[in-house]
Design a protein. Structure first.
Length: 277
């Protein structure tokens, strides 16, 4: 669970940090530094909102019955899978044009006024933050040790993303973001497949979906979740030693459909990116 949380935190954090660095670089290069004082409150508000949503989702469900918790957890896990699927496809498509689009939007916001700059910054970061909050809740639901491992994973991933985005902004590092998002996207396909399977199992436990006792396989004697390798598989892919037929079908179907579509690359080669372009 630590690795999958770190991966999601790194992806989401890097996307948000790149958005901020692009906006800041645009204002600095066009000698409109005074507008930066409206960017940071928007970013801060988005971060606070994301943390609040994650905390509310994670710590208020204790008031619900077991079936209600499983129904909510399963539903939000499915929502998280939709988010991560949309995210990996959107970033693959937008990685080459996002800088130009953000600069254009910031130019328009500057023409409108300070409030528009604040709102643009809030929305640009808030989308990633809300997605992260939903991912965090889904990770906590599937983690065996509570919120500690998912929280640590997200914190490390987001911290690495901020450092990496800063180095890109300063020109200290330069690499192909297209390849980076491709590799992490492939890994996230398998993470999302595991989250989908776990979410469907929650819905089965809530008696919302049938087949809770209809197992595709029972590997508890071969790969128990209590073993180090079972825990590793569970942490990365949400492996379940007792997997229902519905979970197995959903996992395979998701990977078979989404992975080839994601790997179907466009003909043009993505450019090397440093945020000070």
């Amino acid at each position: 669970m630590l690795f999958s949380s770190l991966l999601i935190g790194l992806r989401e954090g890097l996307e948000a940090a790149l958005v901020v660095s692009i906006l800041v670089a645009f204002l600095v290069k066009t000698e409109r530094r005074s507008a930066l004082r409206w960017v940071w409150p928007g970013v801060a508000a988005a971060v606070v909102l994301s943390i609040a949503v994650g905390a509310v989702l994670t710590y208020t469900t204790a008031q619900l019955s077991f079936e209600q918790q499983e129904l909510l957890g399963g539903s939000l896990s499915v929502v998280a899978v939709c988010f991560v699927t949309a995210m990996i496809f959107w970033m693959r498509r937008a990685s080459k044009t996002i800088a130009a689009e953000l600069r254009g939007k910031m130019d328009q916001a500057l023409a409108v006024g300070p409030l528009a700059v604040l709102v643009l910054s809030f929305l640009a970061v808030g989308r990633e933050g809300l997605e992260t909050a939903v991912f965090f809740y889904a990770a906590v639901q599937s983690a065996q040790g509570g919120a500690v491992q998912p929280l640590a994973g997200f914190a490390v991933g987001i911290g690495l993303a901020i450092v990496l985005a800063y180095l890109l902004y300063r020109g200290a590092v330069r690499f192909d973001l297209g390849k980076f998002f491709t590799v992490t996207g492939v890994l996230l396909v398998f993470v999302a497949a595991g989250v989908l399977g776990y979410g469907l199992h929650d819905l089965q436990e809530a008696a919302f979906l049938p087949g809770l006792r209809t197992f595709a396989f029972d590997a508890s004697g071969v790969i128990p979740e209590t073993s180090w390798y079972g825990a590793l598989l569970k942490g990365i892919f949400n492996y379940s030693q007792q997997t229902t037929v519905l979970q197995a079908i959903a996992w395979v179907a998701y990977v078979v459909i989404v992975l080839p579509l994601f790997l179907r690359r466009p003909a043009t080669k993505p450019a090397l990116v440093g945020a000070k372009e």
